[in-house]
Design a protein. Structure first.
Length: 492
RNA sequence: GGCGCUAUCGUCUAGGGGUUAGGACGUGAGAUUCUCAAUCUUAAAACACGGGUUCGAUUCCCGUUAGCGCUACCA
């Protein structure tokens, strides 16, 4: 990791928020939503978004995961103003902060070993006592502790939580939250190897980086009093906390691998359009309230990025957890695919083709026309590399079910081949003339036009599902149509 | 177990002391078409339970239940 970017001088007139993922996994759905809310808030208020990588757990963190997280943010169209900062490169700050806390008597050295602590914890659990650090090293005199530390004895630094009283803070979504200090244990600030824990580094950084709002997952609510205590010990003003409810799987348990994809990038691979995903995520745990009504009083669902930015507010964040609904995501996806102009859809489709190892054989012009023709029927980007292949080149598969349903009759196949010559001879090849030709041919042969239409559709596209047949013909072009109809005899 | 948070259709949610409790996804039915999707119409579907407060509670308060979170020298 190269040199660290500079932190700008905090200008408290505008909010400063951060997204602070831990690179122990890819960007997951919950993290992406937290990032989105921070980004939306920053953009709405004209504030600053800082990206901070919380990699103080060296064993579980990796550079690869950082890359993945940045990739996920970019895919969703989120940018950041400062960073990424790496906590692993800011260790001095944490030590300095720890020293301040030690000097002011808010922290003390603890010489208990990990094994001892574990033993006491399990002993407490066995007698159904609340397992909590008993504060025995707190009784050591500072001089004693300093001497032992000087001899090289391993020691962690713990925060001395007040024995009585309550710690209170205002949360922008949950209101005033209050915790009894006696419920809090003397948590570790610095591990015995000198590496800070999350509790210390998060406060030191949020302070140093001038954060005004802390927007993060509700799983941090219980950690917050520990952080508030540090702000107070340091004589620093509190930022505004805003805890965002969690995202749950379909069984209402916390979203995890067994619910399907948790990595944001997996949704790209599944053919989801980034804006659809962002729209969906933005509405999970947040709603614009009355501002999101349409003229006829219905709730709006479709919000472009700019709309989300304009409407976003902390007040709209809901208090309860939300279940991730794949069906609704799929619906957003089709809405966006259909609404995109072909020019905008093409790059996404091209990416999908690349991933599928497909190269279209027609021109960009023709591809754009084809995209416009078929996008109404797309549910997913994947459709463009599977069912829609016949529109972009001559290599495509025939759906066996479609063949069986509409081309099972050899007589029909023969008629199509015969009809191919009519099409080859057509002087004007547009929707009107192609339809005319087919209906005339059907009448002449004494068969239903529908049978020829359906058969042609399969012969031309390989699918039973397609746009209007004559539009398909025009899209494919005269030569191709004649060719594929001639080949009909060989299909079944 | 302790502490904390939460509770409106299956799901996302709006609303709020007096409403036919609204919308969206999904689901059912019908219409339409050249297949399918779309579209249109339409149907079913919710204030977790029990006590208060109040003329009146889904809304405010308390309790119960349930779900989730935290309970590490992880973040």
């Amino acid at each position: 990791m190269e040199s660290q970017p500079k932190i700008m001088i905090p200008d408290k007139k505008y909010p400063r928020v951060r997204f602070a993922p831990s690179p122990t996994g890819y960007l997951h759905v919950g993290g992406a939503r937290t990032a989105l809310f921070n980004w939306l808030f920053a953009r709405h208020t004209g504030g600053t978004l800082i990206l901070r990588i919380e990699d103080t757990d060296f064993e579980r963190s990796s550079a690869e995961m950082v890359t993945g997280i940045l990739e996920g943010m970019r895919w969703l169209g989120m940018d950041w103003d400062e960073g990424p900062f790496y906590q692993s490169q800011r260790l001095e700050l944490y030590r300095a902060t720890a020293n301040k806390l030690l000097a002011s008597g808010h922290a003390y050295y603890c010489f208990c070993t990990k094994e001892e602590l574990e033993q006491r914890r399990s002993a407490a659990a066995a007698t159904s006592q609340t397992p909590r650090y008993d504060g025995r090293c707190r009784k050591l005199t500072p001089a004693d502790a300093a001497r032992r530390k000087a001899t090289g004895e391993a020691a962690a630094l713990r925060f001395a939580v007040p024995l009585t009283g309550v710690t209170r803070f205002d949360d922008a979504v949950f209101g005033t939250l209050e915790f009894a200090n006696e419920e809090l244990e003397d948590f570790v600030l610095l591990r015995s190897d000198g590496i800070p824990t999350y509790h210390l580094s998060v406060v030191a950084d949020d302070l140093d980086m001038g954060m005004t709002h802390i927007i993060r997952g509700a799983d941090h609510i219980s950690n917050t009093p520990k952080q508030v205590l540090q702000y107070q010990a340091l004589g620093a003003p509190l930022p505004i906390f805003a805890h965002v409810p969690l995202i749950l799987g379909s069984d209402k348990s916390r979203l995890s691998k067994r619910h399907g994809a948790t990595s944001v990038m997996a949704y790209q691979e599944m053919g989801i359009v980034p804006e659809a995903f962002r729209n969906f995520l933005g509405l999970l745990g947040w709603s614009p309230g009355a501002a999101g009504k349409t003229a006829d009083g219905k709730d709006r669902e479709l919000f472009a990025s700019e709309d989300l930015i304009q409407l976003f507010s902390l007040e709209g964040i809901s208090h309860s957890n939300a279940v991730f609904d794949n069906d609704k995501l799929a619906w957003f996806n089709t809405e966006y695919i259909r609404a995109y102009p072909a020019e905008r859809l093409l790059p996404l489709v091209a990416q999908e083709w690349k991933r599928a190892g497909y190269t279209p054989s027609r021109s960009t012009e023709e591809n754009l026309l084809a995209i416009d023709l078929v996008k109404q029927r797309a549910r997913n980007l994947k459709d463009f590399s599977t069912a829609f292949l016949a529109y972009f080149g001559d290599e495509f598969a025939f759906d066996p079910a479609a063949v069986a349903k509409f081309l099972g009759d050899a007589a029909v196949r023969g008629l199509l081949a015969e009809m191919a010559e009519r099409y080859a001879a057509l002087e004007v090849f547009d929707e009107a003339t192609t339809e005319q030709a087919l209906r005339a041919f059907a009448e002449e042969k004494g068969v239903k036009a529908g049978a020829l239409i359906n058969g042609s559709r399969v012969a031309l596209t390989g699918q039973a599902v397609a746009p209007s047949l004559f539009a398909v013909m025009v899209c494919l072009g005269q030569e191709r149509v004649a060719q594929r109809l001639r080949a009909a005899v060989t299909i079944a």
